[in-house]
Design a protein around this ligand. Structure first.
Ligand SMILES: Cc1cc2nc3c(=O)[nH]c(=O)nc-3n(C[C@H](O)[C@H](O)[C@H](O)COP(=O)(O)OP(=O)(O)OC[C@H]3O[C@@H](n4cnc5c(N)ncnc54)[C@H](O)[C@@H]3O)c2cc1C
Length: 297
């Protein structure tokens, strides 16, 4: 493998506990942090091994199994974070590694509205596009005008919003690697962006656990139900496997409060899913992405 002209950080056997918000999990066989989009393109064009490639942002919706991931993790959060405004601030262009909180605050500073909800989402724009992350009745794709995607060979193309069919925490199964997003924004005539941000953050403090490692909501809300409420009604708050526990504050959160392994967390996810199914007949689907070798592989 010749990666001579790449300027980003290329590591082998990197612990993914350093790159996920659950702060646990196995190692990535290869780990690359591109310095720029050009660098990412060069890497993809020159990395010829037939290994699975997986993009990560801030790992705030990701569990990497303890036996590790035998492929390439490309991590965008450190360097791919350029921001550019256009057209009297009606267009915000960002690279995929920019944090969601940053675009919320930057847009409010410019008195533009629509992205305030991002302030409480601890991921990157790339992760938000993939997950169609949302909160407070808003989601990522509502304000998208276009996105840039990169191919396995390293070519970038721009696709407009209509090329995608985003739904609740999904974008219709399209497996694209997002490198840039262009948001269309409107002026906030009420000038209440800062107040909205304050309100969102204080509401989160009341309803969500803080101070322990988590991935936010583990399960997607089934139609007409709230996953957290179902889990709570099944009496599962406080249930523990090893170092992982179902939060007492918000039952859809699993916390790593005592040095949990990824396996503790995955077992607890299964336990919750089985109990809810047994007691209510409803099958919970994971919102969190789980990758890596299973223990029996
Ligand atoms: C405390 C807490 C609160 C949260 N609250 C919310 C919330 O209110 N609403 C909500 O929706 N989520 C919430 N989350 C979950 C999470 O923050 C979001 O899903 C976020 O969008 C994930 O972004 P990320 O950069 O961390 O993605 P990662 O966890 O790194 O990756 C998640 C998925 O996105 C893919 N991905 C990452 N970058 C790219 C890219 N550039 N191109 C293509 N695919 C990519 C990965 O391959 C993976 O499949 C919360 C998490 C925590 C820890």
């Amino acid at each position: 493998m010749k990666l001579n002209s790449v300027t980003g950080t290329f590591l082998k056997n990197e612990s993914m506990a350093n790159h996920t918000s659950w702060r646990c999990g196995g190692r990535a066989a290869f780990f690359f942090e591109p310095r720029s989009l050009k660098d990412l393109g060069i890497f993809l064009a020159s990395f010829k091994e037939k290994k699975e490639i997986f993009l990560v942002g801030l790992g705030s919706n990701l569990l990497v199994r303890d036996k590790g991931f035998d492929g390439v993790i490309i991590s965008t959060a450190k360097f791919l974070n350029k921001i550019q405004w256009k057209g009297e601030f009606s267009e915000l262009n960002v690279e995929c590694g920019v944090s969601c909180a940053k675009i919320a605050r930057e847009s409010v500073k410019k008195n533009m509205k629509g992205l305030e909800f991002f302030v409480g989402i601890p991921g990157t724009v790339g992760g938000a596009l993939k997950m169609n992350a949302g909160a407070n009745g808003k989601d990522t794709w509502q304000n998208i005008k276009s996105v840039d995607v990169i191919s396995r060979e390293g070519y970038i193309e721009t696709l407009d919003r209509n090329s995608f069919n985003p739904g609740y925490r999904t974008i219709d199964g399209k497996n694209k690697w997002f490198v840039k997003a262009c948001f269309h924004l409107e002026k906030n005539l009420n000038k209440d962006g800062s107040a909205k941000i304050k309100e969102i953050l204080s509401q989160r403090k009341v309803t969500q656990p803080t101070g322990s490692f988590s991935c936010g909501s583990v399960f997607i809300n089934p139609e007409n139900y709230f996953a957290g409420k179902l889990i709570e009604e099944c009496g599962l708050k406080g249930v523990r496997v090893g170092g992982a526990i179902v939060s007492e504050k918000h039952a859809n959160f699993i916390l790593n409060d005592r040095g949990a392994s990824a396996s503790d967390i995955e077992k607890l996810i299964e336990l919750v899913r089985n109990q809810v199914r047994k007691k209510t007949g409803i099958k919970l689907e994971c919102e969190v992405k789980i990758i890596g070798k299973k223990t029996n592989e």
